[in-house]
Design a binder for this molecule. Structure first.
Ligand code: OSB
Ligand code: MG
Length: 368
């Protein structure tokens, strides 16, 4: 197969409510979508690069630049046997995994459509339904947080993740545990603490969290190992893990007991699957993280989550939690049991709504 043409689009989508983490607040998402024409079959991908370089160094602008000025010429005119070969063609570009993932995942969608099979099946997924959790941003106060949690539990979600940061941490966890003694609860710090905060983080052990996600530096695996030795609560790494080698180092050092996999952070389906397989071989469970994706990125997350070692509920939840109207048909929906049924239609299994995408587009570039 050969990629004949790609179309980049930037769309603007307003979140139903602002999402706040320890690194900032988002209300308008700027999303780069990528449409790949593979021998006449169209596949879709999404870059999860953010508006600002706060979660990682990539942004909407760097993703556009890398795709337009560098990635396309590595793919253009190249004959490949399968989408699984794309990652290696892009290896010459260091980093910029969110840009690479937009392109790589679009080609996987196209290959699955060419083969008339669901992407989940092409990836080797075995789950018919995936377990779902929610990630709740920092709220104006504890009553507002409790109300949000009640609403998500009533919708069926299987685990609750809250965002914490220094000064807005223990009292949230304590209040939620008091109100909901039994739920599966976790906290994500997005790198807001230092190793010197270990005594404070140690207090979390009393609340039996499923895990604490990325408490320390975004590139500091070593300090997480020192922290994990002091905590009962399992550490889950997000920001630190960009490839199999990082995961191997983190696991062998004892820096984490769980890993969150994000397609954008690791560069697409092929590298995500390798990371998944490594974790499985070392008995480290994984779950699928979220980056406030539109329906296209969300659909890719659903397909990836069908792999067998995605055994913990992820941050993949219903479209209606984010958007007034999503850009795919049907929208991503969650069952009353807090699961998403993996689609059985070819490719990502959710159809991009071209008219809506067109009306949301603020820039476009065709490369061929
Ligand atoms: O750390 O998991 C994170 C959103 C943006 C950047 C980083 C993270 C998040 C989330 C939101 O937690 C997950 C989602 O609902 O998409
Ligand atoms: Mg995280």
């Amino acid at each position: 197969m050969k990629v004949r043409k790609i179309t980049l689009r930037e769309i603007h989508l307003r979140l139903l409510s602002p999402f706040e983490t320890s690194f900032g607040k988002t209300d308008l998402r700027r999303i780069v979508l990528l449409e790949a024409d593979v021998d006449g079959t169209i596949g879709w991908g999404e870059s999860t690069a953010g508006e600002n370089p706060y979660y990682c160094y990539e942004t909407v602008e760097t993703a556009w630049h890398i795709l337009s000025d560098h990635a396309w010429r590595l793919i253009k005119g190249r004959e490949v046997a399968a989408a699984s070969e794309i990652w290696d063609l892009l290896a010459h570009i260091r980093g910029h995994n969110m840009a690479k993932a937009a392109l790589e995942t679009a080609i996987w969608d196209a290959e699955a459509k060419q083969k008339n099979m669901p992407l989940a099946k092409l990836l080797g997924g075995t789950r018919a339904e995936i377990p779902c959790g929610v990630s709740i941003g920092i709220q104006p106060g504890i009553p507002a947080l409790i109300a949000k949690v009640e609403k998500e539990l009533a919708a069926g979600y299987q685990r609750i993740k809250i965002k914490i940061k220094p000064g807005v941490d223990m009292e949230l966890v304590r209040a939620l545990r008091q109100r909901f003694p039994q739920i599966r609860l976790m906290a994500d710090a997005n790198s807001a603490y230092r190793l010197e905060d270990a005594p404070l983080l140690k207090q979390l052990d009393a609340f039996h969290l499923m895990m604490i996600e990325q408490p320390l530096g975004y590139d500091d695996i070593y300090s997480h190992a020192a922290l994990q030795r002091q905590l009962e609560t399992p550490i889950c790494l997000d920001e630190c893990i960009h490839d199999v080698e990082h995961a191997r180092a983190a696991i062998d050092l004892g820096a984490c007991k769980i890993i969150n996999i994000k397609l954008g952070r690791v560069g697409g389906h092929a590298p995500a699957r390798r990371l998944h397989d490594l974790c499985q071989s070392k008995s480290i469970p994984v779950w699928c993280g979220g980056m406030l994706e539109s329906g296209i990125g969300r659909a890719h997350n659903v397909a990836m989550s069908s792999l067998s070692n995605f055994s913990l509920p992820g941050d993949v939840s219903a479209s209606r939690r984010y958007w007034d109207e999503d850009i795919v048909d049907p929208e991503v929906e969650v069952t009353a049991q807090g699961t998403i049924r993996v689609p059985t239609a070819p490719g990502i299994g959710y159809a991009p709504r071209l008219d809506r995408i067109e009306s949301l587009t603020v820039r476009r570039e065709v490369l061929q």
